[in-house]
Ligand binder design. Structure first.
Ligand code: PLP
Length: 341
């Protein structure tokens, strides 16, 4: 975490505060900074998905979360495109929702969505990321159809920074709630998440989180996380994103020039990255006699430990320039060359 984030957390740790009041004030400031109606700090994007779903269920059954048994038989269906299903959507189900899949892995049609909407529908989920494909229903079409049926659209944009403009892009397009992870590119506290969007839905979320009792009570957010995330967002908005991108490009090129053609390696620029962020990475194609698993293992056993990702296909490694600081690209290159003999 950057200095200013740690400082904000440290100052928060040394102060007595009213937690509800702090959520309100930090939320107001975050909403203003990100050009949204309202904002809430959760303890991670995954808990944001749960709280957002709970808020949508509570629009239909006011006492849904007073007593667990009251979740029986209430409208709880969340529509999602089959190709958007991923392991994070368990958080949506934890709010008591049932996922209703539409379309197939080959594509989704607007008729699939129209057929699935019913009085039991509480929300439509949209997962933004590398899974997005031209054959899916577009966010624009989803928002248009949802508006017609007065069903909220929730966007999981946990890893969708950069670009910084995503903090307002999705809500300006008409999404009702958008969720970001505080501990990814925002470089805020690991245990923080940012929920942005509709005032009505965020007021509902507020009522379910600590210090109140309800479905969000076990997902307490500390004053340190609230102040740390606010400092992180302020910092992020002021970063020179253009020059950061150039730094990433330089790291990628540095790895390519140090590796390409050496010991049977083919190193290339790869774009975008696994989260679909508009950031390059280096793809390192290894010779057949060097299985990627063995290289990854050896890098993790070294000193310092270097973590690299395996490619989804082929015998290759992926080097991400976002997760090193100045001076560390050299270490990664040196360790890789050592491991490759
Ligand atoms: C990382 C991620 C999350 C979870 O974020 P946390 O802040 O770790 O809870 C949820 N959804 C997607 C798509 C993610 O990439």
């Amino acid at each position: 975490m950057p200095e200013e984030v740690r400082k904000a957390m440290d100052q928060a740790a040394g102060s007595f505060v009213d937690l509800h009041q702090l959520q309100l004030s930090v939320g107001e400031r975050l909403a203003e900074l990100t050009h949204n109606e309202a904002a809430y700090v959760s303890c991670g994007a995954a808990s944001g998905l749960l709280l957002a779903t709970a808020a949508c269920i509570s629009r239909h059954t006011a006492d849904a979360y007073e007593d667990f048994s009251k979740l029986n038989g209430v409208p709880n269906e969340v529509i999602v495109q089959k190709m958007h299903r991923n392991s994070y959507d368990y958080a949506v189900q934890e709010a008591g929702a049932k996922m209703v899949e539409i379309g197939s892995n080959e594509g989704t049609q607007i008729e699939d969505l129209e057929r699935a909407v019913s009085p039991a529908t509480v929300a439509i989920f949209w997962f933004q990321g590398a899974m997005n494909d031209p054959s899916e229903l577009s966010l624009k079409d989803v928002i248009r159809s949802a508006g017609k049926h007065k069903v909220p659209v929730i966007v999981d944009a946990a890893a969708q920074l950069p670009p910084v403009s995503n903090l307002w892009n999705f809500t300006q397009q008409g999404a009702d709630l958008v969720i970001f992870s505080g501990g990814k590119d925002l470089a805020g506290p690991q245990a923080s998440g940012l929920i942005l969007g509709s005032k009505d839905l965020i007021e509902r979320i507020r009522g379910y989180g600590a210090p109140y009792h309800g479905v969000g009570r076990p997902m307490k957010v500390g004053k340190e996380e609230m102040m740390g995330l606010l400092a992180a967002v302020e910092r992020y908005l002021n970063l020179d994103h253009e020059s950061l991108l150039q730094t990433y490009e330089k790291r990628v090129q540095f790895w390519i020039s140090g590796l390409d053609g050496k010991k049977g390696i083919l190193a290339q620029r790869d774009y975008p990255n696994e989260a679909g962020q508009p950031v390059p990475r280096t793809r390192v194609e290894l010779p057949v006699e060097m299985p990627k698993e063995e290289v990854i293992d050896a890098l993790m056993k070294g000193e310092p430990r270097v973590a690299v990702a395996p490619s989804e296909n082929g015998n290759a490694l992926l080097l991400n320039p976002m997760t090193v600081i100045d001076g560390e690209s050299e270490i990664v290159l040196e360790r890789l060359l050592q491991v490759l003999g």
